[in-house]
Design a protein around this ligand. Structure first.
Ligand SMILES: [Zn+2]
Length: 1012
């Protein structure tokens, strides 16, 4: 199939008319369009006015005869919800297999929307509003720009021609082949672009406007291919902010080309920052579009923002292979795009900005989130086999979720970890050594290369992918078949297991050895499920859907089982005194243990260096080492002690291979938090979260990104979970404000723990200079350190307010310009990494005066990042009157954009029990106003329904569920039934957490002051 589309876009005056012609050459009755040869169904959005049509059959090759016109009728599908289908009926029913050319002329106006071909505006340096045209087609919006066969498997070669104002830059997927001045009133030009390879319509893209560019080239390695031209575009004046992304792209392309063994397919690569953009970025082949904040880097970009830009660029470029070259045949396999881009973004990120250690942080940055999403009642398989809820635009959108992205990445990370030990995932029971360093070209990557070659410029489904990977893994192991039995359950079953570790020490001739027993059971927020015994693996059969309740029939707990490989590393340590000065741990190699059934047992192997030395040593082990396995661990108390012992003993020891324990520390703490939330019971109390944070401080390990982020954010989440009790009659004493509204005991404990981490002083010196001697990656802990320490430090809050007050004064004096406060060392300068913390602390401390200053600044500042930060600070107001005024602001016209309403009200709810109470009253009484501003449900999760879940889902009393039901009865169109179910689920979880843990936590905090 081929499609030739010519659009004339007038950007000089509203209403920005667009006229166009498209010519599609299609093989009749081939599945390119539905129906037989006499009937063709194609897509055109209802706003696209088709003004003329023409169908013809080309003459036989070489005959020189003119095309044969075909009489035809064209109508829109009148069925409910299908108005964007054009039905073309051909007279005389041409033979199936005949080639026909369909020509349509059409027109519309450029909409102020965020999808289709739409209008984006910005103000230039002298304040004039400027218009540009841009596209966002995924998943189903190419049809709003031009008539087409708008399904991913119906690929066509696309040729684009754009007639645009002479002043404009016009871009599309392919390079321009020519430009013709047309003259005429206003001055237009026609830009012709080269034909694309076969590609899905959702990847077609066009950008037209005043653009400035930074150009670079990506080297292509040894192959001798010419360097790839790379351009990064932004609106005029942004030149300096484009350099970072250009550098990233020029490093990511050769890295991914080398890894996949498949060159990037197109002759050029453009990246463009768009002022109005719904998502983060969009992987249009050869013309990637970005939200400005995800592409531009300036002096006021925070470290977190810099880390994000590199990884978003890497994510989109990974899609050039995963999605663009090979495309899922249908949207239910969208994890083949997003899961793969979400894994390989870490590989590309490490090439672009190695200082952030993306792959080493994949657990804390990505996998932890996936495990939380995949434990919820509405979890789904990575490849569900069909769109949950049927084939509709809304159900396609709903599948772009944390499971699709982050579990996809987590499962790939796991498979890759064991790919070089294919026997381990295929046919072994017990323990084998892994290779210590994963090679670049392992059996997984080889299989993926085969897949990318086999389906180039075509489409493929999960079955194709699993087949390619499994065959490669089997080949690497010299086996007939077996890897599929490992891979399939992980992509076809929802959920994941909780792997429990029991460790029993016993005497051996070499010292104290240990017997390990592993068991598995499904992990869900409703509590542990039951391991499905029998059969060969958990791939289907009885309960094998991991709890996705077929046909609503779910007797008791879900039953499921997974083929699990547990990576672990053994450490041998002398004697019994962990602090002994002569102690040096001996590390064994990384090992893999197989858990195919519901349980497995083995002896911990002594590291080779230890055996035969005749010394008395004892063994410790770190399970799920590096956190590559997609499961949660429940360690018994003994193995938990041994983990703490390894951390302490390995502190500062560089002789250990891979002595970075960041992911392991984050994982153990995060597992403890999750186990307490899921009511796993036994030793898994929420107090373990606090105990782990305390022992991390005592271990002497200096502040490090993953581990300390997990410790601080998990402790803060325990604090937050204590608070919903207020709504049901009383906050536990340790979480209630102290005398004169001072910090609670828990606040004091968290602050003191943060201060007791070795190296914490560097983070708490002030707000104007970055912590010295701290790597860019570890600097990401800075805002969390400030948040935790400031909970009990009024001096810090007062200093923040003083700084903020002066900063906003200077900004207002400068008429809203940030120039005067933007340079390090200037009065009013705040380091961008902690600006949000400074503003939040300032609002908390500064009361009415601070709120007034923020409101004034919001009306004057014309800087998107600063405005976001100011808005985010409002929820920190501490008085009832202050919070009420913030809520009122959310629905007033002007200050708060509709896209920010849900976030602001949700932040007020999270701020304190009082905030939650007020936010809930506000949602109940102002539902109509909120709805009028944010739009009805279905608007990308931004609607009233999601706000109801955010606010009411934080309570712990059943009465609130009844209130949500009443709200739904009053507004059935605004509050989805699923919202009621979600709130009921969350409230039950909160109530159970409080019943199980609140008293324990208060008691524990009193008995365990921070410090050594
Ligand atoms: Zn993506």
């Amino acid at each position: 199939m081929s499609s030739d589309v010519a659009l004339r876009i007038d950007l000089d005056a509203a209403p920005y008319p667009v006229t166009g012609e498209v010519s599609i050459v299609v093989v009749l009755g081939s599945g390119e369009g539905a129906g037989g040869a006499g009937c063709v169904v194609l897509h055109a959005g209802e706003g696209v006015d088709v003004t003329a049509s023409d169908v013809s059959l080309p003459p036989p090759d070489g005959s020189g005869a003119p095309p044969t016109p075909v009489a035809h009728a064209l109508r829109r599908n009148a069925a409910e919800g299908l108005g964007d289908q054009l039905i073309l009926t051909l007279d005389g029913a041409p033979a199936a297999g005949a080639t026909a050319e369909i020509r349509l002329a059409f027109s519309y106006h450029l909409p102020r929307a965020l999808n289709g071909l739409y209008l984006s505006t910005y103000r230039d340096a002298d304040g004039t509003e400027r218009a540009m045209a841009t596209t966002q087609f995924e998943p189903t919006d190419a049809r709003h720009a031009f008539p087409c066969f708008d399904e991913p498997a119906l690929k066509a070669r696309h040729t684009v021609h754009l007639t645009v104002p002479a002043w404009a830059t016009a871009l599309s997927n392919m390079p321009a082949t020519g430009e013709t001045a047309l003259g005429g009133p206003g001055g237009f030009k026609r830009v012709d672009f080269a034909e694309t390879p076969p590609m899905s319509t959702y990847l077609v893209a066009m950008v037209v406007g005043r653009l400035t560019a930074v150009r670079t080239a990506a080297g292509r390695g040894e192959g001798g291919a010419a360097p790839l031209p790379v351009s990064v575009y932004g609106t005029p004046g942004r030149e300096g902010e484009l350099e970072a992304a250009a550098g990233h792209a020029s490093k990511v392309v050769p890295r991914l080309e080398g890894l996949f063994g498949v060159p990037y397919d197109l002759p050029k690569l453009d990246l463009v920052a768009i002022p109005d953009f719904a998502a983060g970025a969009m992987e249009n082949w050869g013309l990637v579009t970005f939200r400005q904040s995800d592409l531009l880097v300036s002096g006021s970009t925070s470290t977190r923002g810099r880390k994000r830009v590199a990884v978003v660029v890497a994510h989109e470029l990974a899609h050039m292979w995963w999605g663009d070259r090979v495309t899922p045949a249908w949207w239910d396999d969208i994890w083949l795009n997003e899961g793969f881009a979400s894994y390989f973004e870490h590989v590309g990120g490490d090439a672009a900005a190695p200082e952030f250690g993306y792959l080493a942080s994949i657990y804390w940055d990505t996998v932890s989130r996936a495990l939380d999403a995949d434990a919820a009642a509405d979890r789904h398989a990575l490849a569900p086999g069909a769109l949950p809820g049927g084939d509709r635009a809304a159900t396609i959108d709903a599948l772009f979720d944390a499971i699709t992205y982050s579990k996809g990445a987590g499962v790939l990370s796991m498979v890759r970890q064991v790919a070089r030990r294919t026997h381990a995932i295929v046919d072994f029971e017990g323990v084998v050594p892994a290779f210590p360093e994963p090679a670049d070209r392992d059996a997984l990557i080889t299989g993926l290369e085969g897949h990318l070659r086999a389906h180039a410029f075509g489409s493929a489904d999960t079955g194709d992918l699993v087949g390619a990977v499994s065959a490669s893994l089997d080949r690497a192991a010299g086996l007939e078949r077996g890897a599929e039995g490992f891979v399939t359950p992980w992509v076809r079953q929802a959920g994941f297991p909780l792997v429990s570790v029991e460790l029993t020490p016993h005497e051996t001739p070499d010292g104290t050895g240990a017997r390990v027993r592993l068991t598995q059971a499904p992990f869900t927020w409703a509590g542990p499920g039951e391991c499905a015994e029998g059969g060969d693996g958990g791939d289907g059969g009885d309960g094998g859907d991991g709890g996705a309740c077929p046909a609503g029939d779910c007797p008791g707990e879900p039953r499921a089982r997974w083929p699990v490989v547990v990576p672990f590393q053994v450490f041998a340590l002398d004697g019994d005194d962990p602090a002994g000065p002569e102690r040096r741990p001996v590390a064994g190699p990384l090992m893999l243990a197989s858990l195919r059934g519901c349980s497995a047992e083995f002896d911990l192997p002594f590291p080779p260096d230890v055996v035969g030395k005749g010394e008395r040593r004892k063994l410790a082990a770190v399970f799920n080492r590096g956190r590559h396995g997609f499961f949660r661990l429940a360690l018994d108390l003994h193995s938990m002690d041994l983990f703490g012992w390894v951390l302490q003993a390995s502190r500062g020891v560089s002789v250990l291979a891979g002595s970075d324990f960041g992911a392991d520390i984050a994982g153990v703490i995060d597992d403890a938090r999750a186990a307490a939330e899921a009511g796993v019971g036994g030793a898994h109390s929420a107090t373990r979260v606090l105990a782990l944070a305390r022992s991390l401080a005592q271990s002497g390990r200096v502040v490090e990104y993953s581990g300390h982020s997990a410790a601080l954010s998990s402790a803060l989440s325990v604090r937050e979970r204590l608070l919903p009790v207020a709504a049901s009659g009383g906050t536990p004493a340790c979480a209630a404000p102290g005398p004169a509204g001072g910090p609670s005991e828990v606040d004091e404990w968290i602050a003191a723990t943060a201060r007791s981490f070795p190296g914490s002083a560097a983070f708490l010196r002030g707000f104007t200079g970055a912590p010295e001697g701290v790597s860019p990656r570890d600097r990401l802990v800075w805002p969390l350190m400030v948040r935790a320490a400031a909970r009990a430090d009024d001096g810090m809050a007062a200093a923040a307010w003083e700084l903020m007050r002066r900063r906003l004064e200077l900004v207002m004096e400068a008429g809203g310009s940030l120039a005067a406060v933007g340079a390090p060392g200037a009065e009013g300068y705040v380091h961008p990494d902690v600006l949000a913390e400074v503003y939040a602390l300032g609002v908390r401390h500064g009361g009415e005066e601070a709120l007034a200053a923020v409101r004034a600044a919001l009306g004057a500042v014309d800087d998107a990042a600063e405005t976001d930060t100011l808005l985010g600070s409002l929820a920190a107001a501490s008085s009832e009157a202050g919070l009420a005024s913030v809520l009122a602001l959310a629905v007033e016209d002007g200050v708060v954009r509709s896209q920010d309403v849900v976030g602001l009200v949700g932040d007020v709810a999270r701020s304190s029990p009082l905030g939650r109470q007020l936010a809930w009253e506000f949602v109940r009484t102002r539902a109509a106003d909120i709805d009028a501003k944010v739009g009805r449900v279905g608007a990308a999760g931004a609607g009233l329904s999601s706000l109801v879940v955010r606010v009411a889902g934080g309570f712990a009393d059943e009465a609130r569920v009844a209130e949500v039901e009443r709200l739904r009865a009053e507004h059935p169109d605004w509050v989805l039934e699923s919202a009621v179910a979600k709130v009921a689920d969350l409230v039950a979880r909160n109530a159970r957490w409080i019943a199980d843990h609140a008293a324990d936590v208060c008691d524990w905090v009193r008995r365990h002051p921070p410090g050594p």
